[in-house]
Design a protein around this ligand. Structure first.
Ligand code: SF4
Length: 470
């Protein structure tokens, strides 16, 4: 039966979490899950201490260490005193407040946006926050998930609530089947390439259409992860059987009768027939190609065979100047494709593309081959469970035999605050989500791409269209 007041999934989740709303003011939202890590939480705990406050609902907070942890041999001592200090502070804060912590010794340690879903902590219909921009990842489960600042981390720890302005809704619809060599990462790079880094500002995006329905949960996480790179507050995909199958039996997922009740409720979350979005854009999956970035934001993305845009052909002076500056930093000439350009490093990892299906995809390209001797290749699993699974499946052997470095779980070269970084002037093909100036190390130059493309580039030592190797 059609709903009399059809609502989008975002509207259903938002409205069911408003604790208090004054007219023309931000809403006070209840937060179901708060994920924390070592870098953005210490000041928040310090703030609580100074105000004499306690964590209001420790059971709704989960902590891990990821940003600053070395991804080298875990039996060695950590040599960076700042890393040791941040890890120790998180341990102390979690112990003092009774918060579940997945520290270096935990079998579940890993990148915060990888372990939340792995633990079954991320569930459909939830509000999820974390002091990290890429919290939108959890929207893949039909959750409303977004990054918050340090003062907001403190607010959520103290109250389990958060003041938020209600975003508008935006639909990104992709219908059809993705061609060979085109992945979820290429889809989201194509979306951001079209809407630009500000295209989703003030909106919560819902990804709809048969291309997303056909994706695994891991692929959906890759898509939602990069919503923030298009400026959106959040990105979400309606839950379905793929979502429930992924969550069933995980440690923090409901069990027994509670599971059945939860699934019944989750089935009511998708938007109602006739629900309206404030904006909609559509793509034909069959027209998409492997994508790569050429500039210093993720909106500077092109199909891998396309020429790099030429600022001289742009009419908008602001965009022209931004492109000139970006190409200057990247030392890339306009008007020609990037294909054949030599690279120095390949990074396969990050909360965008470090899950088991990403590693399987990269291993498929690298199996039985050797990476270019001119290229350093880091493969960094997103969590300890992924590392164990990849080792059990023989993927780690494929990487090692190909000449890659097989690392411990963490953010690694996504953010260059843990010892893994580019040297000035180096080019990397990276499966991470940000290519800002210096993101992977001062003076480093980042080309964002999928794990398939990254593996192809690792073999040849130059920017390569993976479709030529498949
Ligand atoms: S992998 Fe990168 S984007 Fe993801 S949580 Fe870590 S630093 Fe942030």
């Amino acid at each position: 039966m059609a709903a009399t007041n059809p609502r989008t999934m975002f509207e259903k989740i938002w409205e069911s979490h408003v604790v208090f709303q004054e007219p023309d003011c931000p809403a006070l939202l209840y937060i179901d899950l708060h994920l924390i890590h070592e870098v953005t939480s210490p000041q928040a705990f310090q703030g609580l201490r100074e105000k004499g406050l306690k964590v209001r609902q420790p059971s709704k907070t989960v902590a891990t260490v990821d940003h600053i942890v070395p991804t080298t041999d875990r039996s060695l001592p950590i040599t960076d005193p700042q890393a040791s200090e941040l890890i120790a502070q998180l341990r102390g804060n979690c112990r003092e407040n009774g918060i579940e912590l997945h520290g270096l010794e935990s079998r579940h340690q890993g990148i915060v946006h990888v372990i939340g879903p792995e633990l079954g902590a991320t569930q459909p219909g939830m509000t999820v926050v974390c002091g990290d921009s890429h919290t939108a990842t959890h929207g893949a489960f039909g959750a409303l998930a977004f990054g918050v600042g340090t003062s907001e981390v403190e607010h959520v720890l103290a109250t389990q609530c958060l003041l938020q302005n209600r975003p508008r809704t935006m639909e990104v619809r992709v219908e059809g089947t993705l061609p060979p060599g085109v992945t979820a990462k290429d889809v989201i790079l194509a979306v951001i390439g079209r809407i630009g880094v500000g295209g989703g500002t003030g909106h919560a995006i819902e990804y709809t259409g048969s291309a997303f329905r056909a994706m695994s949960m891991e692929e959906r996480m890759t898509v939602c992860n990069m919503s923030i790179e298009g400026g959106a507050r959040a990105g979400m995909i309606a839950p379905d059987d793929a979502t429930f199958n992924f969550l069933c039996g995980r440690p923090r997922a409901p069990q027994g009768e509670a599971w059945d009740a939860a699934v019944a409720a989750w089935r009511c979350l998708p938007g109602d027939e006739g629900a309206r979005y404030d904006r909609s854009i559509a793509f034909d999956a069959a027209q998409l190609e492997p994508m790569i970035t050429y500039g210093t934001n993720p909106g500077m993305a092109i199909p891998i065979t396309a020429p790099v845009p030429d600022p001289a052909r742009m009419e908008d002076a602001v965009r022209q100047s931004a492109l000139r500056k970006a190409l200057g930093y990247m030392a890339i000439e306009p008007g020609k494709p990037l294909l054949g350009r030599p690279i120095d490093v390949v990074f396969i990892g990050s909360c965008t593309n470090s899950r088991i299906s990403d590693l399987r995809a990269a291993a498929k390209v690298l199996r039985g081959k050797k990476v270019s001797p001119k290229v350093r290749v880091l493969v960094v699993p997103g969590s300890q469970p992924i590392k164990r699974q990849a080792e059990a499946e023989g993927l780690a052997d494929v990487f090692r035999q190909a000449g890659c470095e097989w690392r411990e779980a963490g953010c690694s070269m996504c953010i260059a605050m843990n010892g893994d970084m580019l040297a000035p002037g180096q080019y990397s093909v990276s499966t991470s989500n940000r290519n800002f100036e210096g993101r992977q190390g001062p003076g480093g130059r980042t080309l964002l791409a999928s794990p398939l493309t990254a593996a192809a580039c690792a073999l040849t030592g130059v920017v390569t269209d993976v479709r030529t190797l498949l």
